[in-house]
Design a protein around this ligand. Sequence first.
Ligand code: CU
Length: 127
Amino acid sequence: MKKWIAFASLMVLTLIIAACGANNGGNNDSGAAVVMAGVEPTTEIVMKATSFEFDQQEYQIKAGEPTAIALKSVGGVHGAQILKTKVTIGNNESVTVQFDKPGTYDIICNVPCGGGHAKMRAKLIVT
Ligand SMILES: [Cu+2]
């Protein structure tokens, strides 16, 4: 009887370790961009948001450079989320980020701002 309990405990432990391993693998994706709090940016881009679009379809930044990404709302209240990263920029806020390597990321509005909200998309191209 005790053997079964020990075996069951071992199985549970194995599953927990496996689950943790899988989580770490998933987090690597989010490591592409790092928020550089307190770091002086070397360059800045400004995204202007209106209801319901960003002023450009594509924004370009360079990998390896601390870059301030500012979100200026010209009309309405909006937010920007860079998918596959942990970066979000609030309404009329600026966040300094640095990307490790080139890539293309989707930017979406993350504030439910009205009828055209779902169409508020742009791309961030890291070169
Ligand atoms: Cu929105």
